[in-house]
Design a protein around this ligand. Structure first.
Ligand code: GNR
Ligand code: NI
Length: 169
């Protein structure tokens, strides 16, 4: 397994739209291992392939509590079938926008269809943090970031800060 470097704002790679995965083969399984290792190392609770520069429709999530067993979940070609009218707000962060957090309101429940790491189609009804995390990650597959939901002024301030930080690096 390999820890891969994270793509950071304002890299335009984060705005790419990811393509579906045709087949769950060895390369896809290796990528999911690398993504999980990268996510645990960061640490984060989710990671989309585009955050390591790969425009494929894959994301990983692990919501296990501290001191409990790992619970890696792999979602290939995920698609939101249904979103609740009910909303819930979470303080979100993103490994591609380090140390910036903002409250985002999203549908509280989503039904997501995806392909698992065995290549089998699955459907999950998610709520709570899993629902928020799935939506945050599926947004990445479409080139969307959580700062797209905050005010334009705040978003432009964040982008400016990261652009300056990159110039200094
Ligand atoms: O680690 C992460 N935490 C988080 C917290 C609230 C809502 C979404 C997330 S996902 C984020 C990791 C990440 O950037 N995934 O794309
Ligand atoms: Ni993110």
């Amino acid at each position: 397994m390999t820890i891969k470097p994270l793509i950071i704002l304002p890299d335009p790679v984060l705005r790419q739209v990811s393509s579906p995965i045709a087949q769950v083969d060895d390369a896809v399984r290796k990528l999911s291992d690398d993504m999980l290792e990268t996510m645990y190392d960061a640490p984060g609770i989710g990671l989309a392939a585009i955050q390591v520069g790969i425009p494929k429709q894959m994301l990983v999530i692990d919501l296990h509590k501290e001191g409990e067993e790992k619970q890696p979940q792999i979602f290939i070609n995920p698609e939101i079938l249904r979103s609740s009218d009910e909303r819930s707000a979470y303080e979100e962060g993103c490994l591609s926008i380090p140390d910036y957090y903002a409250e985002v309101e999203r549908p509280a429940k989503v039904t997501v269809k995806y392909v698992d790491i065995a290549g089998k189609e699955q459907i999950v009804e998610a709520e709570g943090l899993l629902a928020t995390c799935l939506q945050h990650e599926i947004d990445h597959l479409n080139g969307v970031l959580f700062i797209d939901y905050i005010s334009r002024l705040k978003r432009e301030m964040v982008i400016k800060k990261f652009t300056k930080a990159k110039m200094r690096a």
